[in-house]
Design a protein around this ligand. Structure first.
Ligand SMILES: [Zn+2]
Length: 127
């Protein structure tokens, strides 16, 4: 990968990170506003609890993505960006352009997904 394309990806990662951070902040502000409203209507406590869970999940996903982006930026700095964490081979520019914060090559990603669906158990094969 050329220095130029690495720099392009670094900028894109920084933009994604900033967008994600803003989304998380907005979600947290929305959650706070909704929960404030919920306190006024104590009768429907169940709804407020599930709302809390839902918003918590949302911001968790956002946090995980920000972490993944941070790790990708770190790998860019120390020169491991193109290396697959699973097998040590090159991930490949076409994959990194689509998924700039991936840590695995396509083969390792597929293996991981297979392991996960095996773990999920009975649900598999019902489709
Ligand atoms: Zn791999």
């Amino acid at each position: 990968m050329t220095r130029e394309s690495l720099e392009t990806i670094r900028k894109r990662l920084l933009t994604m990170r900033e967008t994600r951070l803003q989304q998380c902040r907005r979600q947290n502000a929305d959650a706070a506003a909704l929960l404030d409203e919920g306190v006024a209507d104590v009768a429907d406590q169940g709804l407020t609890d599930s709302l809390k869970d839902y918003l918590h999940l949302l911001s968790d996903a956002g946090r995980e993505e920000i972490l993944a982006i941070d790790e990708a930026l770190e790998r860019l700095r120390n020169g491991n960006y193109e290396k697959c964490e699973g097998c040590g081979k090159n991930i490949g520019i076409s994959r990194l352009e689509v998924l700039p914060f991936t840590r695995l090559c396509l083969t390792c990603q597929k293996n991981t997904e297979q392991q996960e669906s095996t773990k999920a158990g009975p649900a598999k094969g019902q489709l």
